[in-house]
Design a protein around this ligand. Structure first.
Ligand code: SF4
Ligand code: SF4
Length: 372
């Protein structure tokens, strides 16, 4: 195999699906569901939302025709890769009348994701830092992460809610993939540059039918990423970490709270939000008991319940907590931002609250706040 990658025809995507299935992977990708994109298993490349693109704005995401039959003009499914490594709800153990807990083993079916986006790869790395490489390893997470094969797609047409360029997480994948595809949609040819990022990816690349990529092919692929970066309409203000650390008492949080429903949608769709809670459930006759873990959100009142009361009773304090943790204190905790610029929280917020606009509002207002 050449380290420079291969050029495959557009029809080669079907061979990629077949090769992955032959290696025992359940193949997942973004599929169209109710005019949106949902991360689901696929049987064939025919299941991909070819020729579709998101019309996204604050508070609205809808798939529309892209005007050409490219496979990957769309960007992100509503869910990130989080649900594959940390499911929304899972049983940890169960016990009967003998009160001996029996662990429920994690379902770690080998899964291959076709179309993982650069920002989602960085988000997955962020989760791995927390669950796998931190002081308390989550064995369930590790089993699922190790069973993942990731086929990245470098973005060609960012959604209007994307801002990965300003977070340095895209639109081109730098690491964290087994294979990376760049779709080359040109009048005379439609195909993909396929590059390997791991030994397993290299083995699969060998098996794919195609031609060794030339320097000119790689240059065409780079041009796709450069055009995508140039087309990005949103950006996070610079030094947002320092900005938020100075904005703790700013009245703008109250203004956001007048619109925010504290519905937790933003945390559910966020690919890096990892908070969860643990519940014990027992049968009515007391014969069995189970322990479950499920996703939780800092937007719920119960989330900050300690010593007889909730610490964050007001919506303003919950929104401040979420945004300040993501963009500022995550740096102190994990040495990186908790936001990868995917824009999901903007599109899926029912009232259209935009994290980049709120950061910009604070940036605009803060000099006045400092003088006061
Ligand atoms: S910011 Fe939007 S999505 Fe998040 S809790 Fe408030 S209303 Fe819900
Ligand atoms: S905070 Fe919003 S834009 Fe940032 S990673 Fe989470 S969902 Fe994506």
């Amino acid at each position: 195999m050449s380290d420079a990658g291969k050029i495959i025809a557009a029809a080669g995507l079907e061979q990629l699906v077949r090769l992955l299935r032959a290696r025992g992977f359940e193949v997942w990708a973004a599929r169209e569901q109710a005019e949106a994109l949902s991360l689901q298993p696929i049987e064939s490349a025919e299941d991909l939302p070819r020729g579709r693109i998101e019309a996204a704005e604050a508070g609205k995401v809808r798939l529309v025709a892209s005007g050409r039959d490219a496979y990957f003009d769309h960007t992100l499914p509503m869910q990130g890769l989080k649900r594959l490594v940390s499911p929304p709800e899972e049983r940890l153990f169960a016990c009967g009348e003998d009160l001996v807990p029996h662990e429920t083993p994690p379902a770690a079916t080998p899964k291959a994701v076709i179309g993982a986006r650069p920002c989602d790869l960085v988000a997955l790395d962020t989760l791995t830092q927390v669950f796998q490489d931190g002081p308390q390893e989550d064995r369930r997470y590790r089993a699922r992460r190790e069973a993942l094969f990731l086929v990245a797609v470098n973005c060609a047409r960012p959604a209007a809610t994307c801002f990965c360029s300003s977070m340095d997480t895209g639109p081109r994948a730098e690491a964290g993939y087994d294979l990376a595809l760049t779709e080359l949609y040109e009048p005379e040819a439609h195909g993909f540059l396929v590059e390997a990022g791991s030994a397993a990816g290299g083995e699969l690349l060998e098996a794919l039918e195609g031609e060794p990529a030339s320097a000119a092919d790689r240059q065409r692929a780079l041009a796709v990423s450069e055009a995508a970066a140039a087309a990005m309409a949103r950006a996070m203000p610079s030094d947002v970490e320092g900005l938020l650390k100075r904005a703790y008492e700013h009245p703008h949080w109250e203004a956001v709270a007048e619109r925010c429903l504290a519905c937790a949608n933003c945390t559910m769709v966020c690919p890096t939000c990892f908070c969860g809670t643990v519940e014990d459930r027992s049968s009515l006759d007391g014969a069995t008991a189970e322990r479950w873990r499920r996703w939780d959100s800092c937007f719920t009142l119960d989330f900050s319940y300690i010593h007889g009361g909730a610490v964050r009773k007001e919506t303003a304090s919950r929104y401040r907590q979420w945004m300040t943790h993501k963009l500022a204190h995550w740096h102190d905790q994990f040495g990186r931002s908790g936001c990868v610029g995917c824009g999901r929280c903007i599109g899926w917020c029912p009232v259209g609250i935009d994290i980049t606009a709120e950061a910009q509002a604070l940036a605009d207002a803060l000099p006045a706040a400092k003088e006061a």
